[in-house]
Design a protein around this ligand. Sequence first.
Ligand code: PGA
Length: 270
Amino acid sequence: MNITYISTIPSITQAKGRRIPMYHIIGNWKQYFSYYQARDWFTMHGKELAQLAEQTQHGLALCPSFDGIALAQQATKDTRVAIGAQTCSAFTNGAYTGEVSAQSLKELGCEVGIVGHSERREHAGLTNTQIAQQMSQLVAHNISPIVCIGESIQEKERGTTLVFLEEQLEPVLKKLNTVLATQMPIFIAYEPIWSIGTGNVPEREYLEDIFAFIGQYISKRTPLDTKLLYGGSVSANTVTHFTSISAVSGFLVGKASTDFQELKKIVSLI
Ligand code: PGA
């Protein structure tokens, strides 16, 4: 089946209709900033961020915590910067204390949404099936999902990484095949847990093997055009290590994306 993609998130996929971005650079701000700190960040860097997004051939997105989404959206209004969320409810609405619906995220202007981040898997105890459900909520609300997968150091050492990645991917791809009509980009972010926040980056050969595996696994199971991202200790020092892997379409950048000068350097290096 042939699916034609018409971008619904121009700032990150088609750069407001002008060009196809070379790379997608998505900042995951985790819980690094409080509301006021995020507000101050945009006050200090908002203008330069907008210029950066205007000048670069890459797509830029930032994912603050829920409390920062509205202010981030306001600060980046009419710019080429997209705003996203770090998780979303697996349910449409109802008695789900503490959850935020995909509909709210859409109303707040989110164009992308992260699901299945290893920190959410660990701290909220999410299963692969629940993550697939969250993804499907995002897709149903026209928000491009960024589904994170990745092995722990134990899996890597046991040599069970590929089986583990398969288990993470399978329910997500099954779910995607029920929404084949979607015209939005679907991102799969490979983030080895042992690389997140540690400064340890996988060797090139390791990455090539993993990305080849993920690419093949996905293409055998869905006709949707998924884009593969890498995440884990991406910084100005490490980013060019990853651009040599041809399957990589972009980066999920944690800590380094909270430092505007560092983010700018990353953008300029790729
Ligand atoms: P890091 O985090 O860049 O701080 O390693 C990446 C992520 O968790 O998405």
